[in-house]
Design a protein around this ligand. Structure first.
Ligand code: SF4
Ligand code: SF4
Length: 305
């Protein structure tokens, strides 16, 4: 690892925000050539949180007992002698572009444009996590993106159902990017139709956005009484006044995969990315659904914000 230059280091928030914007601005993979070159993502919203914030301990209770602790994972992937007096977690929300969002307002099945954008978006996030981490290390800092490590896993647990050792949605909440809506996704100031990524770095956090005291958006805490449109839009009946049923949603997404993947992979340029599940990691494709995130008040804004 190179020596740091003297003088005050930049904040994690400012440094990574700039790197993230530069990456998306220059990413060839962010254009969908089969759909008139429309972008997958627009520019990211970025937040940061101190890596020693007690909220990460809470994630061991509400997400999984093995949820990674930022100082530990950074230490494991730092060079000897790295200064870990500052540990920050930076989270970014990548909003799907307007073309992608508008294409996915059907009632039953996700659109081909959304499906390819969702799949290629996964590859963009892995590539972005890798590139930003390398750039930070090249600038003399210790950095790691948890989803790239062998400690990252996604699995089913008796207590929490579908779970993982690093929940990007929860990390984004910790970084002040929003609160959870009735549909189970985070409602950020740029809406809930976003995908998240994150990294851990030994830089001072910077002017972090204040986190909501209540993790629930108003629509979740009231069972969607004043809106509930995501519940109406879900063709699988996976959303109720109690929130989103991850199992029902998972079954529906499997149906979508079986129905569409082979045809789409033969017709469109789809980028592979690592599929991590139950201790295995292999390259593959990932289709989503997200009908509950489209054509609703929180699609591209926080209606309560
Ligand atoms: S669609 Fe309405 S009820 Fe559902 S998460 Fe968004 S604001 Fe909440
Ligand atoms: S992603 Fe699809 S199946 Fe899952 S909750 Fe949303 S609309 Fe329902």
């Amino acid at each position: 690892m190179r020596e740091r230059s003297t003088g005050a280091p930049p904040s994690a928030l400012q440094f990574v925000r700039q790197l993230a914007r530069d990456f998306i601005g220059a990413s060839a993979g962010n254009r969908l050539e089969d759909f008139g070159d429309v972008p997958v993502f627009d520019m990211p919203l970025v937040g940061a949180v101190d890596g020693r914030d007690p909220v990460f301990q809470v994630f061991r209770e509400v997400v999984s007992p093995g949820h990674l602790m930022p100082p530990e994972i950074l230490e494991r992937y730092s060079g000897a002698g790295a200064d870990l007096s500052c540990v920050s977690v930076v989270s970014w929300a990548l909003p799907f572009s307007q073309d992608v969002r508008r294409s996915n307002r059907g009632r039953d099945w996700p659109s081909p444009l959304y499906s390819v954008a969702r799949n290629n978006g996964g590859a963009i996030i892995f590539g972005m996590s890798r590139r930003l981490t390398e750039q930070l290390r090249g600038s003399g800092f210790a950095a790691v993106s948890p989803i790239l490590t062998e400690e990252y896993d996604a699995f089913r647990s008796a207590e929490h159902g579908l779970s993982s050792t690093w929940s990007e949605r929860h990390v984004a909440y910790a970084a002040g990017l929003g609160s959870f809506g009735l549909h189970g996704s985070l409602i950020t100031p740029i809406g809930s139709y976003v995908r998240f990524g994150s990294l851990v770095v030994n830089l001072p956090t910077g002017p972090a956005a204040p986190r909501m005291d209540d993790y629930r958006a108003p629509c979740l805490s009231t069972g969607g009484e004043t809106c509930g449109l995501c519940r109406d839009r879900c063709p699988a009946g996976a959303i109720s006044e109690n929130g989103m049923d991850k199992e029902k949603c998972y079954v529906r997404r499997n149906e979508i995969r079986e129905r569409n993947l082979v045809g789409y992979a033969g017709k469109y340029r789809m980028l592979p990315s690592p599929i991590v599940k139950g201790g295995t990691r292999k390259e593959g494709y990932s289709l989503g659904c997200a009908l509950c995130l489209c054509g609703v008040p929180c699609e591209d804004t926080d209606p309560e914000g």
